[in-house]
Design a binder for this molecule. Structure first.
Ligand code: HAM
Length: 440
């Protein structure tokens, strides 16, 4: 028996039935982003590893453990390893997220010369080598936005609003909450790190193994460790808000005032620090109210005011978020929120001979060219069997072409709800179908 080939662990097929839910999320996101004036960007799935190492942080879990490296298969490839091709020399990875890619594109294409802020949106798959479990995939879809070139607190609120409105459009508003915090700017950060490190050092022996490492690389991350022992120690840690400089505190206060103004439900979340190192000032997540431990966010984002400069651009503040599409899809499904039905065809084509199949293909070409959705199995099944398929397809009309109709250049139009039929010339089919569909 040949070896069975299956999907790679942590990666899934999105079958036609699932597409309906994904499409709903994409549509809600696209319409919201468009209404707020975002333009779309698409960046490659493959980037240089160095792009993410610098942005997300050399010590972050994503960079140390979760990147999929990309290499070409050397065997059978005339340009295999060791060739002079540039890509063979670079360390390449599948993107674990898109913010770093969008920032790269902003600098690479001189977007600082465009009217600021530049507002970009994207939808696409991301890749992270995580331990597969509910809500954690190794390939997952994100829908995100980045607003680059404006540092005002109103932009922080606007960023959250776009994410909130997308989820609200999906009927999820009632059961969600925004968690928000400020991690300060780069200057605050060294003070925060020092103070937190001093606190956690005192309890070093009680920390989990991961957090023992974080004590050296990024003590901030200990704040959002989910282990009970670490949570307890984090509870008595100094509050971030008390460690912020005056400007960062004022920025945070203004952000909250804008959220109040918009009437968005939020909670201050002292322990929210996020797993990517590029954030400055505001960080936020949106999650389900009943997910009390805030374990599984639907969306995460924040401000990253120094990232563009770190890549060699000018000082450019920025802010953004990304929605985890699969997590939203799971929620839509469990909440039994009515989803759009897969598009039923408008016309089902039934043919009963080889000559009729030729005529049916011609008719299909005419109808689909005029944006009428047509379905047909083109099977050799009996009239009865094909009518059963037509019924199952939920098409309101079917077109039957038998040997005789093929010969006469006619077709039978059948109303599927009452079975009434009319014979029309093939040349008049488009007109007849249009008329009947407009009466539905
Ligand atoms: P993130 O928090 O790493 O942020 O990911 C955003 C969202 O993607 C999460 O809230 C979650 O819903 C989803 N997600 C993350 N990892 C997985 C996974 N393994 N499986 C399924 N879903 C997942 C970012 O990626 C930032 N780039 C967001 C951002 C944009 N910040 C500023 N601009």
């Amino acid at each position: 028996m040949p070896k069975k080939i299956q999907t790679v662990r942590g990666m899934t097929d999105i079958l036609p039935r699932q597409q309906v839910f994904f499409e709903r999320v994409f549509q809600a996101f696209r319409t919201t982003a468009r209404a707020f004036g975002f333009e779309q960007i698409e960046t490659p799935l493959v980037e240089e590893a160095a792009l993410f190492a610098r942005a997300i942080g050399e010590g972050s879990e994503i960079v140390t453990k979760q990147m999929f490296s990309v290499s070409r298969l050397a065997s059978g490839n005339p340009k295999g390893a060791g060739s002079s091709d540039d890509t063979a020399k670079q360390a390449l990875v599948l993107r674990p997220e898109a913010t770093a890619s969008v920032v790269r594109a902003y600098i690479e294409h001189g977007m600082h010369t465009w009217p600021q802020p530049v507002k970009l949106s994207y939808i696409g798959p991301m890749f992270r080598y995580e331990r597969p479990q509910a809500g954690r995939l190794r390939q997952f879809w994100q829908a995100g936005v980045e607003i680059i070139g404006e540092g005002d607190a109103s932009i922080d609120a606007l960023t959250m609003l776009v994410g909130w409105q997308t989820l609200e459009k999906l009927g999820l508003g009632e059961q969600l909450i925004i968690s928000v915090n400020s991690v300060g700017d780069r200057a605050c950060r060294s003070r925060i790190r020092k103070q937190l490190a001093a606190h956690f050092e005192k309890h070093a022996s009680e920390l989990c193994e991961d957090c023992k490492g974080r004590l050296k690389t990024n003590p901030l991350r200990i704040l959002d460790c989910k282990q009970d022992s670490c949570r307890k120690i984090a509870e008595s840690a100094p509050e971030l808000i008390d460690l912020l400089c005056e400007e960062c505190r004022a920025h945070f206060r203004m952000t909250l005032e804008y959220l109040d103004e918009l009437g968005l439900p939020y909670e201050l979340s002292q322990r929210l620090v996020r797993g990517l190192d590029y954030y400055t000032r505001t960080v936020f997540e949106i999650g389900a109210l009943n997910d009390e431990a805030r374990q599984s966010s639907l969306l995460g984002g924040g401000r990253y005011d120094t990232l563009i400069e770190e890549y060699g651009g000018g000082p450019t503040p920025a802010s953004g978020f990304a929605i985890g599409v699969e997590r939203v899809v799971e929620l839509i499904k469990t909440k039994k929120i009515p989803s759009v039905q897969p598009n039923a065809p408008q016309v089902f084509l039934i043919q009963l001979s080889e000559g009729a199949r030729k005529a049916a293909l011609r008719v299909a070409r005419t109808l689909t060219k005029n944006d009428i959705q047509v379905s047909s199995g083109m099977t050799k099944g009996s009239l009865k069997a094909q009518l059963r398929s037509a019924d199952r397809s939920k098409a309101p009309l079917s077109l039957i072409i038998g040997q005789r109709e093929a010969f006469d250049a006619t077709a039978i139009v059948r109303e599927m709800d009452d079975g009434s039929q009319e014979t029309v010339a093939q040349s008049a089919i488009l007109e007849t179908i249009h008329k009947r569909l407009s009466q539905k």
